[in-house]
Design a binder for this molecule. Structure first.
Ligand code: SF4
Length: 455
C-alpha cells in the first residue's frame, strides 16, 4: 500500500490527527528551546556531522579497532552481514545459556531484523521493557516513532489495553496509575529474565565499550539482573573516541525530547564478574547505502527523531503510514535503498520544506536526498499515466510565459465562476480536505505593476 493510502486510514480520525500533530509539535518546540540555550549549537552540529563523516570514511579501521578493544575487555564480538545472521547469532547465545525469557530495551536494529517474531517462534518469551515499546508490543503493533514508539496511542487507549493484558482497573487513562502498574508488571519480568538484549547508541572505538541512552533505566535494570547481555549495533554506530560522546550526548537528548541529557547514559565496557557480554555488529544493507554517494550521509543518523517531530507530513499521517521500521523523513531516504519498488512512494511523502534538514543534529541534507530519490524513482519505477501527463503539461505551460499567463487567467475564471462540484470532486484530491484560497482578480505581476503605478 502506498504512503498516501495508509495515511488516509490514519486521517479518518480527525481529532486524533490534530492531537498527534500538536503532541509532536510540542516536542519540536521543546527541542528548539533546549537547543537555543546552548551557545555554539550550530558549531556542535558541525562537529557531530564532521565526526560522523570521518567515521564513514574510515569505518573499516574503526570497526576493527573497536572489535580488538572490546575483546581485550573480555566481550564476545560477532559480525552479522544481514538480519538472518543477526537473529541466528542471538539465538545461538540464548541456546548456550538455555535462556527462555529475554528482556529487551529499545533497539530499532532488532525491530529492523524482526528479532521478536523470530525468537517467539522458537518458544522464547521476549519482553520489550521500554514503556512505549511494551505498549505497542501488547497492542501487536510496530512502533510508530523511533523515540516515542506509542505516540499514536491516547492514554485512554492504553488504559483499555492494560485492562485486557495486565488486568488493571479502569482508570480513565490516569497516567500515574498506568505507569505504576506497568512498573510492577515489568519488574516481575526483569527478575525472571535469563538474558538482556539492548541496542547501542554509540560504540566507542578507542575503548571497545558501548553507550545506551534510556529515560527509564530499563537497559541497566535488564543487564544487571540477567546472566548475559547481548548488545546489537549497526556498523554506523561507531564513534572514534570517548571524548566525542560530549558532542553526541548533548546533541541527541536535546534534539530528541528537549532534555539536556537522557536520564540514563549507561556505559557498558565489560561483563560483570561471572556473566557474559556479547556485541553483534550488523551490516544489513548499510555498506550498500555507504556506496551510494548521494545517500551515504543518511548513515550519520543518531536516531533522535527530530526530523519526524517537525515534519508536517509525518505529524499528520502517523508513523505507520510509512510501513517501514524507521518512519518519517529519514526513513524515506533509508527505505528506497532497501526495496525501491516497495518504498517508492515514501520520498514523495514530503513537502520538501527542508525543516527536517534544519533540525537534524548531524546536519543530514534530508530534503535534498528525498529530492534525489524522486529523480531515481521516476526513471526506474513506472509512474501513473495521469501524473505523467499532468507533469508534462505543466512543463510546457511553465516554460512559455504567454501560455502560463493564459492558464492563470483561465484557472482564476474557473474558480470564480464554475459551480462548486466542478472544482471539488473526486479528480481534485486536494479539495477533499481543503478549501482553495480566495481567488484574486490579478496575477502577482499585474498586482505588482498596478501597485507601483498607484504609488
Ligand atoms: S535524520 Fe537527523 S533528525 Fe532525523 S532521526 Fe536522524 S539524526 Fe535525528
Amino acid at each position: 500500500m502506498k504512503h498516501s493510502e495508509k495515511a488516509e486510514i490514519f486521517n479518518k480520525d480527525e481529532a486524533k490527527v490534530n492531537w498527534h500533530d500538536k503532541a509532536l509539535w510540542y516536542v519540536r518546540e521543546k527541542r528548539d528551546n533546549s537547543a537555543h540555550k546552548v551557545k555554539g549549537w550550530e558549531y556542535l552540529r558541525e562537529l557531530g556531522s564532521g565526526i560522523k563523516a570521518n567515521v564513514l570514511s574510515n569505518l573499516d579501521e574503526y570497526l576493527i579497532q573497536f572489535e580488538s578493544n572490546a575483546k581485550k575487555n573480555g566481550i564476545h564480538v560477532h559480525w552479522a552481514s544481514n538480519a538472518e545472521e543477526h537473529n541466528e547469532i542471538v539465538n545461538s547465545i540464548l541456546v548456550k545459556h538455555n535462556a527462555k525469557k529475554v528482556v529487551k530495551s529499545k533497539s530499532m536494529l532488532t525491530e529492523e531484523c524482526h528479532l521478536n517474531p523470530y525468537l517467539e517462534k522458537k518458544g522464547i518469551e521476549v519482553i520489550d521493557t521500554d514503556l512505549g515499546e511494551r505498549i505497542v508490543q501488547l497492542a501487536k503493533e510496530p512502533p510508530s516513532h523511533i523515540v516515542l514508539p506509542a505516540i499514536h496511542k491516547t492514554k485512554e487507549e492504553v488504559d483499555v489495553l492494560f485492562q485486557e493484558h495486565l488486568g488493571t482497573k479502569p482508570s480513565q487513562g490516569n497516567p500515574e496509575y498506568l505507569v505504576s502498574e506497568a512498573r510492577k508488571h515489568l519488574r516481575n519480568k526483569f527478575l525472571k529474565a535469563d538474558v538482556a538484549i539492548t541496542g547501542v547508541n554509540f560504540a566507542v572505538a578507542d575503548t571497545g565499550g558501548v553507550v545506551v541512552c534510556t529515560n527509564e533505566g530499563n537497559a541497566d535494570m535488564g543487564v544487571h539482573l540477567a546472566k548475559a547481555h547481548i548488545a546489537c549495533m549497526g556498523i554506523e554506530k561507531i564513534i572514534p573516541q570517548e571524548k566525542h560522546l560530549g558532542v553526541f550526548l548533548r546533541l541527541l537528548a536535546r534534539s530528541a525530547t528537549g532534555q539536556p541529557i537522557t536520564t540514563y547514559s549507561s556505559h557498558f565496557n565489560k561483563a560483570e564478574e561471572g556473566k557474559e557480554m556479547h556485541i553483534i555488529i550488523v551490516d544489513n544493507g548499510r555498506t550498500e547505502q555507504l556506496s551510494r554517494e548521494d545517500f551515504r550521509a543518511s548513515l550519520h543518523c543518531i536516531r533522535c527523531g527530530a526530523c519526524m517531530n517537525t515534519c508536517p507530513i509525518y505529524r499528520r499521517s502517523g508513523g505507520h503510514s510509512y510501513d517501514y521500521t524507521i518512519p518519517g523523513p529519514i526513513g524515506s531516504i533509508l527505505s528506497p535503498g532497501k526495496d525501491l519498488k516497495k518504498y517508492s512512494s515514501l520520498p514523495f511523502a514530503s513537502t520538501l520544506c527542508g525543516s527536517c534538514s534544519n533540525v537534524c543534529p548531524v546536519k543530514i541534507n534530508i530534503h535534498e536526498q528525498l529530492y534525489k530519490w524522486r529523480q531515481v524513482i521516476v526513471k526506474e519505477e513506472k509512474q501513473p499515466i495521469i501524473k505523467k501527463a499532468i507533469l508534462k503539461t505543466a512543463g510546457v505551460v511553465l516554460s512559455k510565459p504567454g501560455l502560463y499567463d493564459f492558464a492563470g487567467k483561465s484557472a482564476r475564471f474557473a474558480l470564480k465562476n464554475f459551480p462548486k462540484f466542478m472544482i471539488y470532486n473526486k479528480l481534485n484530491a486536494w479539495g477533499k480536505a481543503r478549501d482553495l484560497p480566495e481567488v484574486k482578480n490579478d496575477n502577482f505581476d499585474e498586482w505588482f505593476k498596478k501597485r507601483n503605478k498607484d504609488g
